[in-house]
Design a binder for this molecule. Sequence first.
Ligand SMILES: C[S@@+](CC[C@H](N)C(=O)[O-])C[C@H]1O[C@@H](n2cnc3c(N)ncnc32)[C@H](O)[C@@H]1O
Length: 469
Amino acid sequence: MGSTLSFPLLPRLSEFVAAQTGLHFPPERWGDLERGIAAAAPDFNFSDCESCARWLLSAPLTRHMNEVLASHLSVGETYFFREKQSLEILGEQVLVQLLQSRRQNERRLRIWCAGCSTGEEAYTIAILLDRLIPDLKEWNITILATDFNPKFLRKAAQGVYGEWSFRDAPGWLRERYFNKRSDGRFEIHPRIRKMVTFSYLNFVDDVYPSLSNNTSAMDVIFCRNVLMYFTARRVKQVAGNFYRALVDGGWLIVSPVEASNVLFSSFTPVEFPGAVLYRKMVDAGPQLLVGGHQVPQTLMETESVPAEPMVADADIHAVQADQLPVLQPDECETPSCLARNCANQGRLDEALKWCEKGIAADKFNPAHQYLLATILQEQGQHDIAIQSLMRALYLDPDFVLAHFSLGNLHQSQGRYRQAQRYFKNVLVLLRKYPLDETMPEADGLTAGRLVEIVTSLLASLPQTMAVSA
Ligand SMILES: C[S@@+](CC[C@H](N)C(=O)[O-])C[C@H]1O[C@@H](n2cnc3c(N)ncnc32)[C@H](O)[C@@H]1O
């Protein structure tokens, strides 16, 4: 297959890809771009790279095509215990404090590994928690791991790895947390695998934070070695969404090369030896903390962290997190709106109370039961959440999001046959909706997007479904 693109095509293609996927290919990465298009060509039914490139430039892409393209152009490089400094800071500083404060009341911790690739990073976090928390069973721990490449997600969910994934891992890792298989590969212990939920999420197209995909009220978001491939404009948008997805005091962890006070300007940078972490501090305003101490504003950009965006982009006018519309208390007076607001900020007990008030005032509204289930799910009360979703379906059998949540809940508990049934129900019900219609109770998610997500989830259900269900 020919794969040498003529010169004028490359800059046009690079611009086109940035607009479609957020991924940035400056001239020094045109070789990668060309290789990616060559790899994508067969998926688009082309036998040569140049015809595929011309075709891509000539017609608008559907979302699915866009994802096929992005999955060939994104880099999936990852391994266990990558960038140990951030992990040490996480364990020794961030988590120790968080666990101490949460131990007194609600034993709850929510971590999102955004751009998880084949799962090594998410499992590393699960293993860290396993070592840090002696009474792990008493805690409600969420480790959500998302990516937009279904192949990566399938591999992640299997949890089987070759030697290369352990290239920088401590010696004890394989021995204590993996079983060696007859083919020489290593399978993660089921106990650790169950701690992580893998889901599809595209930073460019999907809605987040949202209760419907469990991306709100996070304590820590890991997004390492992902944003470095995006244009600065896109990084700002994603950072704004992450800001809103964190609880007050929550942390964003990017890789050291991605640290930038400009791109993460809504966060407070906190400097530790070898790494800068970004913290959401609603009332603090911009300041730099070094090991917890405040540093004068004038030193911020010059001495401590790289000030330049990682990708040059003249148009850094994306919406900043603090400019996003925030619901004011007087605009939000119904119990369900108040419940949502509390849940989005991680105040789940309060959210439950508002939800119960909503149900008492309007017993036959399935949306209240759905909201209740979403909050219960965040609290780790999966069985009661399932009951609420069943009640929602009793009130409205065509409630698409309730079927979707039931699919997700059963999948996360390893009941793949039930998960498959509910996901299929979603696809059947969605036939009635125009693809661009926004789904009720779904924070702006369209029917078309939901079809894609559910199709991808169905494809990622383990092949062993018949025996495991
Ligand atoms: C280099 S890997 C990083 C993996 C891991 N975070 C680490 O540091 O080892 C980048 C991952 O980001 C994912 N990614 C890139 N663009 C994305 C997008 N728009 N939405 C979701 N995931 C994306 C890729 O599929 C890939 O798995």
